[in-house]
Design a protein around this ligand. Structure first.
Ligand code: FES
Length: 372
């Protein structure tokens, strides 16, 4: 079943209160232009951005609101390389996910629009020196736009694309055809076993005279191998973006001591790892009061997050990862200071105290006023 939003095409079966909240928080119906199968269990969706700005930074993602039975689920999908007047995403159907990817695979053909917010960049593609891309499975999606940017700017680059079976690897044939095997290595684990990704990068980077930046997205063990392998490396840095269930893009992590400006600007890996490394961490979770935009107050007990306290008080909020890694719950601070515990905002953004992630961050002191 679908609903109609102010005369717009069908967007899915959202409860009216949830729909109000989504619109208030910046989600907009965006027409679906085309749906197609990109690989086994991978759905390609082309959207017509209209008033939504197209992505300007390679590796950006959009947030998609999906109407699941227990309320809207917000999922993050990386934008693919493609036509400037389209937003293109790819959705892998997760058999053991939380339901959003399955909903999109099963219901999208009855919807003519999707509710989206963004685009937004949390990956951090940048630099001009040699770039080595490592994709695992559906992790290829944000890298397609980076590869396209690298190729068109004349950057020296290579892609290692790892997947279990050829038929499940979206874009593998297209990438090889477009760039040939001197640029693109497709590694199929069912035939060749697990690759030694660290050696592959080292071999390629050793013939370059400049520091190399590795951009990687895919399963955690793959990215972890690269992060650990190059943690202390003098000229190879690693920038990775994790995917959560339902193949949503999450937090970016940067490690290594290479000289790439992109890799040396911000390190979010500490806060991503321990979950409590904000700029003003108070150490102990104390109770505090959140003042809402209408002047009402909600107490946040010591053992409770702001989001949970608001939900208990009947105040609807948006969230997705609940781990401070995705940015969906970002909320403007009207007064007071936050004890930041997320891994989305940069150190500079934490210091600015303009917004906070209310799924993990808390107040410094006894009160904080939020734009809710
Ligand atoms: S819900 Fe993802 S950062 Fe808060």
């Amino acid at each position: 079943m679908t609903v109609t939003l102010l005369g717009s095409p069908a967007i899915g079966d959202f409860d009216g209160i949830d729909l109000d909240m989504l619109i208030r928080q910046g989600f907009r119906p965006v027409p679906v232009d085309r749906i197609r199968t990109l690989a086994s269990e991978v759905l390609g969706i082309d959207l017509i951005p209209g008033e939504v700005a197209p992505a300007s930074v390679p590796g950006s993602h959009v947030e998609v609101a999906v109407p699941l039975p227990d309320g809207p689920a917000i999922r993050h999908y990386s934008l693919l390389a493609g036509a400037a007047n389209r937003l293109r995403v790819a959705v892998l159907r997760e058999r053991h996910g939380r339901g959003a990817s399955a909903w999109l695979h099963e219901n999208l053909d009855s919807c003519t629009s999707l509710l989206i917010r963004g685009p937004r960049d949390t990956f951090g593609y940048g630099g001009t020196g040699p770039a080595y891309f490592v994709a695992g499975g559906i992790g290829i999606t944000p890298l397609t736009a980076m590869i396209s940017a690298a190729a068109s700017s004349g950057r020296d680059w290579h892609l290692l694309y790892v997947g279990r079976q050829q038929e499940s690897m979206a874009f593998a044939d297209d990438l090889v055809t477009e760039f040939d095997s001197s640029r693109v290595t497709v590694h199929i684990t069912e035939a060749a076993g697990r690759p030694d990704v660290v050696s592959a990068v080292e071999d390629w980077a050793s013939s370059r005279n400049e520091p190399t930046t590795v951009f990687t997205c895919g399963p955690v063990p793959l990215m972890r191998a690269l992060e650990v392998g190059f943690e202390q490396h003098p000229s190879i840095s690693v920038i990775s973006e994790a995917f959560d269930e339902d193949n949503e893009a999450g937090a970016s992590t940067q490690v290594g001591s290479g000289l790439s400006s992109a890799a040396s600007s911000v390190s979010r890996s500490d806060s991503a790892t321990n979950g409590a490394t904000g700029t003003e961490s108070v150490g102990i979770d104390e109770a505090f009061i959140v003042e809402l935009g209408d002047g009402s107050e909600v107490e946040v007990p010591s053992e409770c997050t702001i989001i949970d306290a608001l939900n208990r008080a009947g105040v609807h909020t948006l969230s997705s990862c609940q781990k401070g890694t995705c940015g969906t719950c970002e909320t403007a601070i009207l007064d007071g200071r936050a004890d930041h515990r997320d891994s989305v905002l940069s150190d500079e953004e934490h210091a600015a105290q303009e917004t906070m992630m209310i799924c993990v961050s808390r107040a410094c002191g006894k009160r904080i006023a939020l734009d809710l």
